[in-house]
Design a protein around this ligand. Sequence first.
Ligand code: 13P
Length: 344
Amino acid sequence: MSERLEDIARAMVAPGKGILAADESSGTIKKRFDKINLTSTEDARRDYREMLFRSTDAMKNYVSGVILYDETIRQKAKDGTPLVEVMKAAGSIPGIKVDTGAKPLAGPTSKIETVTEGLDGLRERLADYYKLGARFAKWRAVITIADGCPTWNCVKANAHALARYAALCQEAGIVPIVEPEVLMDGEHSRHDIDECARVTEWTLRAVFRELYDARVNLEGMVLKPNMVIAGQKCAKQASAQEVAERTIKVLKATVPSSVPGIAFLSGGQSDEAATEHLSLMNAVGNLPWALTFSYGRALQAAALQAWGGKPENVAAGQRAFTHRAKMNSMAALGKWSAKLEKAA
Ligand code: 13P
């Protein structure tokens, strides 16, 4: 495979392919395992992720790359093969989460707002991850809509960190996934779709300004934004068509066409809603960038349930994962329909 940043970025968003976000931190994966009453041990995490990465059909045909957590990029499958080799054998590119988490942003809004950390020592960590096989990375900034939030201080600090991260990645030969997430869930999620549109546009403008200042090569990155959607606690939810149209409108206003691809996060949408929204956007057609998925929950929830932590359910877990991956692949081509879900 080519080592050029531009070629890797294009491969990540190749037609009908998207990214599996399997980079849950140990704290987050524990919360997911709690739901199936499974203790989160190192072996359990390996078994679960190995099940996903050995879903050959999904990994070969629908998943261009996988975002890994530090533990996983160093972990071996049960038979001793490094997990990175397992996914590479299936034709999928290994990626790595490199931020060290969203921490309270000091100041008057510290109970609500966060700034993502992880820049210290990042140059050295990226060199290490490159040796371990990573060809792309992820950094997630979190923007919360609440009374008086986001503040410009929060938007600016997160945008600046994203740009410094992206420049360091490119220096290391690694494609940065730039992820500024305007949250749709959590305790403050009462905002409507108009507010989400306003804050998403503001955030993306700030991010691309910082990327420009840091001289980040836009052809060698992938943007991972939220969709424009009402908060989970908002009584007035927009239709799927409106989410698709409003999202495209904001992206057209803010994302330069030199960016090869946009891979959305699912952010708390139901599996099917995340798929439907992506498909409706792609059905519009004639867009300057590829639009695809980089889903965590919306790709994994069904597989996790079907598996339930039991070795005898591995095939069922793989079937569930492959089905969601296929549905999202169809959506990335603008060809998904509810009928296809039922055909499964
Ligand atoms: P969700 O699709 O579950 O939002 O996760 C994607 C992700 O990688 C968040 O950083």
